[in-house]
Structure formats: C-alpha cells, structure tokens
Design a protein around this ligand. Sequence first.
Ligand code: MTE
Ligand code: MO
Length: 486
Amino acid sequence: IPTLPTYSMIEVAKHTTREKGYWIAYKDGVYDISSYIENHPGGKLVLTSAGKALESCWKIFTIHNMDHVYEILEEYRIGNLPQGEREANEKDVEKLIDLFQYDPERVNLQENFFIRSQKPFNAETKPSILVSSFLTPVEKFYVRNHMHVPFVSINEYKLEISNEKSTYTLSYDDLREKYQSYTITSALQCAGNRRNAMNNEQQGSVRGSPWYIGAIGNARWTGVKLRDVLESFGLDKEGEYVQFFGLDCETPKRCYGASIPLEKALSDDVLIVYEMNNELLTRDHGYPLRILVPGTIGARSVKWLNRIIVSDKEADSHWQKFDYKVLPLSTKQPQKIDFDNTPALQEANVNSAICYPASNEDGNKIKVLSVQPNDEDIKNKKLTIKGYALSGGGRQIQNVQISLDHGKTWYQTELEQLAQPYMRAWAWTLWTYHIPFNDIPSQPFDIVCRAMDTHCNCQPDTTIGIWNILGVMNNAWHKITLQIDE
Ligand code: MTE
Ligand code: MO
C-alpha cells in the first residue's frame, strides 16, 4: 500500500508495550494491534508476537484457528515493511520451529494414534485400543501438548513452591525421598474430547483441535500427595487457589499454567506424579514431574511442573482465563467480557463412547462403519460392542446403556470397574454388550450409548443444547452407524 509509511523490523521490535503500542509484522505489512488486543481475548495470544512477525508464532501453532485474525488484520495496517525484510522474517520462523527439535522420538504413531498436529504434538488414541485394556499403555496414551516438550536435566531440576510471602524449593530426589508415595488409578481426559461432533451443519463450527473420542486414557499414577508437600511448608493455611506452571513457555513469562481451588488441592488424591503405570513419566507425559488432578479436566494436570503457587487468585495463564470454559451458548465471537464472566472448568462431566467395533480410519471421517463379526460372534449369533464411560469429581458410573432405535429402547451393558471409595471413583468404566443378530434392525443401523453416574447425572441426547464455541465438554450420546458384512 504505497500511501503508507515504511517501517523496518527494528522499528516494529520497539513497539511491545502499552505506551508505545503493540506492533506486528505480517507478510509485507506493519500493523498496530493495540486496540485489537484491548477488545479481543485472542489478542492476548497475538501479543506474544508483538514486535515480531506474526508468522513466527503462528506457523508453529498450527492448531490455533487464526484465520479470523488474518481477516481483520487489514483494518489495523499502519505501514509497509521494506523489501528484503520478508526473508529476515522467514529466518525468525525457522528459529522458533527449532524449539520442537527437542521433542521426544515417538514410535508406532500411525498404529496407535490419530495425529491432530505435529507441532505442537497432539495425538489421540485409536478407539479399539482404548477398550483393549483397563489401563491404557503409556506409549498408546493420548498426548496433548500446547507447545514444545521442554528438555529437563534432572540434576538442575528444582521445583519451586511459594506463596506471596515465602518461596521454597525441592529437588527431584528431595521430593521422592521426603514424602510418602501413593498410587491411584485415574482416567485423564481432555475437556475437548469429542469436540469434533460439535462441528456440525446445524450449529456451525467450533474452535480447537478436532478430537474424536480418544483424547482420554486410564492409568496408574504414582507420586506424592500435593497436600503433604504444601503442609510441610505450612502453605496449606491461606489462599484460595493453587496454581501450577510448566516448563513449556512461549516467552520466559508465558508458560503453560493452570490452577485449582485450594480445597481440591488439599484433598486426598491430588498428586505430584513421577510414575505412570509403574514406569518413570515419559517426556510427552510430563517428565520429571506432573500434577494429576483426578476427576477434573485434563488441562489442570500440568506437565513438566516448574512452579506451585498458593494464591488468592487463579493462574494468570491463557489456558486458565481464555480457554477451557463453556462460554455462553450463543457466543460465536468470544469477547474478553465473556471470559471474565465465565468460570474456569474444573470437574469433568458424565460421558461415554462406543469404541468397538472400530476401524483404523479416523473416526471423524467415517459415516458408515463396515464390520465383519469375529468367529466368536458368528458362533453366538451376537455382535460384541464395547466402550468406556466416566464421570467427574469422583462420581462412579452406575450404568451404561445402548439403544438401536435412537433412544426408545435401551439395553443395559456389563460394566468392568474398580471398587473405589465413595466420591473417589477416578478410574473409568469399560462396558460390553452383545447384540443378538436378531435384534439388529435393517442395515445400516445406528447404535447410541449413554451413561449415568451415581448422582444420576445423564448425558444429553444431542449437542443441540450444549454446543459452545470452544467445543468443550461435549457429552452428547455417542452414535456410530454400522453395516455388517456377512
Ligand atoms: N501441561 C503443560 N505444561 N503443557 C500442556 O500443554 N496440556 C494439558 C495438560 N497439562 C499441557 C499440560 C492438557 S489440555 C491436557 S488434556 C493434559 O495435560 C494431557 O496430558 P497427556 O498429554 O499426558 O495426556
Ligand atoms: Mo486438554
């Protein structure tokens, strides 16, 4: 745009404060996005690229839907970049991509996962694997990373624990030697699990990684009680929240972070974990230490734990304040005010899904699933159906049912679950049902499942009443359509 002045990247780099304004470069333009940031929650994220080229941040975070930002960006254009600066930006991009070169090596990905993004790495477990064992093997457990995987040298590692008045540190060995170890079995599920079903024609599309039903797993977690650690420093008396920050940071001050109420933090089963299924935590799952908040959305179980802060406030992180919330259901363009007025998600809701039969193809793409009954099923003249169910806050599943006529008639499934103390049912439930061939209506046919927890919380039949723009907490009846090939 010839009528606008030309600014170098050096000039752009000086504008990273409220006083000077927040400038960014994108393609061959220079933009002053100060007023955009004031009014848009997503703007806070864009802020990480203030003074830089926008591409340098967004190219690597491929899952963020930034299309709408690019569209409105033109309104904020104040100038042009001189020729040649573009190439310089390109180098910037490369530098940032390098962060991911320290991600762990990952094996058998195609066999175990549907991969949602590589940088950052996000992969969900294939459905048939979910129901093939009560504990999900570590190498098949879903991975949800918002950034690169930080590289931790254990000798230098220190966990910082503080409140406003005092700061303490623990080495990895201190933590393992000074506190008693505990093991619990607990499911971990992303609040965005099953999000893709909220992308539908009637209701529109939602933001975020398009998970099918596999952003979930169930494991044994070993560590020390967060309560024991807080008590040992006298940090259990004051404050309303406990904040956790990871070592994965976009800038030194913007690290992954989340918080939970102090009361939950002091409850029996919130752990600082070092082992998953009796093996040291792997790097993708938070080595050397992560938090496990059972019964609560996965986002609060912070990996690569760096700091614990007892505070009167919730964590001041993007993921606590501007994500993982069920925004007012009519909201299509989230505003800061929506986020400020909506509580951060904590406890999970009741949910279930059909995982078998399944195919190796991405569940999101299958309209009709063709199955060949196995020999056992042919002999018994029954088709075996399996899935998982779970609820939040320690509530046990009391039943899971399936229907072949969209909810008029229901069949009770057999449950595999652990005996767990009241309100401490953290593990998931696996369920099985054998459909007599005679009960199968004309083909192809739909199967839906639904679960009820011990507090009689039920799943809604469709997404109609629960659709939300961030696509979180989808627990509508899960439906698959089958065609039996004989
Ligand atoms: N902790 C850090 N430091 N960084 C992250 O990106 N992702 C969170 C949570 N803890 C995340 C994190 C989210 S949204 C989920 S669902 C779980 O970790 C996923 O844990 P997993 O990758 O071990 O399955
Ligand atoms: Mo998540």
